[in-house]
Design a protein around this ligand. Structure first.
Ligand code: NAG
Ligand code: NAG
Length: 336
């Protein structure tokens, strides 16, 4: 049931160790569909923001089903429309619940004290035997994960803008894992994560993270947290929304607007978020003078401009990090 610290349950049936793809990206690259990844917290005792992840997974599957069924059912799907109903999701959700309850206790037994479990749920459609009706496979994958310590200098993110935004941003789909690989080819070796921007100025998101800046507003000298709006085509990250909720509840100004590189003088702090890392402070952001120059193969060092944050991690970043950890416990889902 375990293969190198990987555990898998498919439609409620535990996979034998020889059938478990590892790492999980192999599973995502071989099965089209909607997916989400979260992890446990506090020595495996709670699943982080589990209800929010299930909701986002249902939304992703519904968006793909209605507007790009190939990404959910594979390239053989015919043009026959598929009606997404709440019944479909209910049966998928039961299957997820069943699989989670089978696979997590086994994985927990094998993890060490410093580890948490990363948990990925993939909902992949297929044509049923009659070749007309659709059905779903539900994969629940667990692996070991050691969360990076927040605020430590060598855990800081170094970011580089290398490409344009995704074409089907509002859903989290496995095909993006493949596209992301092709963008990785442009990542300078100094960067730990790549950023996406359609015009080279307004920064949308990272390839596996959402991107935030804390700006000082010139007119009022007040601080404002900024991250790109969903309408500009960014992934509705679970932690992204958690942070917006936190800012509202503790009175930090927040605006959904893509951070503009031309206004980087006003950026005082920056951080990226993901469901595994939660929040990671940013030390440098590099942007090429144009994406064309980069894609023509010009050496990175000849075409970049850089922003470096010196006071790290910043005050607002630290406050938000602490609030996420508090919320992680109150909104966590008990594992056993
Ligand atoms: C972590 O959980 C395991 C059981 O899952 C327990 O044996 C261990 O003592 C816990 N470690 C800490 C530091 O609480
Ligand atoms: C798609 O259909 C073709 C022809 O029926 C078949 O050979 C192929 O294996 C199918 N591909 C998938 C991914 O199901």
């Amino acid at each position: 049931m375990s293969s190198g610290g990987s555990f898998l349950c498919v439609n409620g049936i535990l996979a034998s160790s020889t059938d478990i793809p590892s790492p999980v990206s192999v599973l995502l690259q071989t099965h089209q569909g909607a997916y989400t990844t979260t992890r446990t917290h506090d020595n495996g005792s709670v699943l982080l923001f589990w209800q929010r992840h299930l909701r986002r997974l249902a939304e992703s599957a519904q968006i793909l089903c209605n507007s790009n069924p190939k990404l959910l059912f594979g390239s053989n799907v015919s043009s026959v429309p598929i009606l997404w109903t709440s019944d479909i999701w209910e049966s998928i959700e039961l299957s997820i619940d069943d699989s989670v309850k089978k696979v997590l206790p086994i994985a927990l037994k094998e993890k060490s004290d410093s580890q948490e479990l990363s948990v990925t749920v993939l909902v992949s459609g297929y044509l049923d035997q009659d070749k007309v009706s659709r059905a779903f496979n539900v994969f629940v994958h667990a692996g070991f994960y050691v969360p990076p310590m927040f605020g430590i200098s060598h855990n800081a993110a170094h970011l580089a803008v290398v490409g344009r935004g995704r074409s089907f941003p509002n859903a989290k789909y496995s095909d993006w894992v493949r596209i992301r690989k092709s963008l990785e080819e442009f990542r300078p070796s100094s960067a730990t994560e790549i950023l996406l921007s359609n015009d080279g100025d307004r920064i949308l998101e990272g390839s596996v993270t959402n991107f935030f800046v804390v700006c000082r507003k010139v007119a009022t000298h007040t601080l404002e947290v900024q991250t790109a709006p969903l309408t500009e085509g960014v992934l509705p990250g679970v932690i992204r929304q958690v942070i917006i909720d936190i800012c509202f509840s503790i009175g930090i100004a927040v605006r959904e607007v893509a951070p503009s590189w031309s206004e980087r003088e006003t950026w005082e702090e920056a951080f990226i978020t993901s469901s595994l890392r939660l929040l990671q402070h940013v030390e440098t952001v590099q942007v090429p003078r144009s994406l064309e120059l980069l894609h023509m193969g010009k050496p990175w060092k000849d075409i970049i401009t850089e922003k470096r944050f010196t006071d790290n991690p910043g005050r607002i970043t630290t406050i938000i990090q602490e609030e996420i950890i508090k919320k992680a416990s109150t909104e966590g889902w008990p594992v056993v």
